[in-house]
Design a protein around this ligand. Structure first.
Ligand SMILES: [Zn+2]
Length: 341
């Protein structure tokens, strides 16, 4: 399905005229992260501690991270994907071939068990440089810990669609883990309806906005549902301390050496996009601690992070419910459907 000017008009009409209907407005109530549930911050603190040595691809720190992820998923009783958590892949090199390891868990859906939503976050980071550990608290212990938190919530209350929790390795080495996943899972690729990728969602102390980009959503949502999602996102712009914002600036943040960033390929969602899988990517963009030794637990914005986890999850819940729903506008006026084809 493509977005025609007519369809854009319909979306605009939907946004302007319709109030949030019950399925979306139900999501505006209390936060999904409550006081006695701060284990998500504990996961982040542990994964970004010196003990994990910066979680570099194919290193001791990586093996420790894998053990932590697998033991947490086991404790949460979240099943392994295709009977194993560790899905390895190789990276041939000039001197030696290295092995990477994606950690993958699976929560079967209650209604559409053979249709998948892939939640992804890379757990690898930069390792150590000149005896300094680059802990990567924001990049990307933040997304990794959020995924562990979602695993806990979804294990208790599964979605309609099956969820694949994909903790990728080698993102910092040219998106290796995501590429391996797409290659290894090509037999189910057409059943992967959506990828939600989290990379850097805790920022620095000064971060104020959670940004997102998406592609392909008209393939999985009706015009009305898409309009409602956009409305929900607009609500989170003003009514959440994560201040959700569509799009990224393509300039580097203050204090970074990056001049321009291609956000479409900035993280694992780029690989899903190339494989024609619709995606939404959430992140704060580059900031002063990005890829520096100061990307530590003490420097993230905790309140912002908890708000980000909350509003991303609510969008996931909305999409899971709205997917496959026939558009009311299109079913009421079948002739409109014909003219769009
Ligand atoms: Zn990252």
């Amino acid at each position: 399905m493509t977005i025609t000017p007519f369809k854009i008009l319909l979306i605009l009409i939907t946004i302007l005229q319709l109030p949030l209907v019950s399925s979306a407005s139900a999501l505006l109530s209390s936060s999904i992260v409550n006081e006695d549930d701060l284990s998500v911050l504990e996961h982040l603190k542990i994964l970004s501690s010196n003990e994990f040595l910066g979680r570099k691809f194919a290193s001791q720190g990586s093996i420790k991270s894998q053990t932590y992820l697998v033991s947490t998923l086991c404790a949460l009783k979240v099943q392994a994907f295709k009977n194993k958590y560790r899905h390895t892949f190789t990276q041939p090199g000039f001197f030696q071939t290295k092995q990477g390891t994606n950690i993958i868990a699976y929560i079967p859906g209650t209604q559409h068990v053979n249709k998948y939503i892939v939640l992804s976050a890379h757990y690898d980071h930069l390792g150590t440089k000149r005896n300094t550990v680059y802990n990567g608290a924001d990049d990307n212990a933040s997304g990794t810990s959020a995924l562990l938190h979602y695993a806990k919530l979804l294990a208790k209350k599964p979605l309609k669609h099956s969820v694949i929790l994909l903790f990728t390795d080698g993102e910092e080495v040219n998106l290796l883990g995501a590429k391996a996943f797409i290659t290894q899972q090509k037999n189910i690729l057409s059943n992967i309806k959506l990828n939600i990728n989290l990379d850097m969602i805790a920022g620095s102390k000064r971060i104020k906005k959670l940004h997102f980009i998406s592609r392909g959503l008209p393939q999985i949502l009706s015009t009305q549902s898409l309009g409602e999602l956009i409305k929900l996102q607009a609500h989170f712009k003003t009514n959440s301390s994560a201040h959700l914002k569509a799009g990224f600036s393509n300039r580097g943040g203050a204090g970074t050496s990056l001049k321009r960033t291609n956000w479409l390929m900035a993280s694992d969602h780029g690989v899903f996009n190339k494989a024609a899988v619709p995606f939404i990517y959430f992140g704060v963009g580059t900031h002063k601690n990005y890829h520096s030794e100061f990307d530590d637990f003490v420097n993230i914005n905790q309140n912002f992070y908890l708000a980000a986890i909350d509003i991303i999850f609510k969008q996931l819940i909305y999409i899971d419910t709205a997917m496959n729903k026939e558009s009311i506008v299109e079913s009421v006026i079948p002739s409109l459907k014909k003219t769009q084809r």
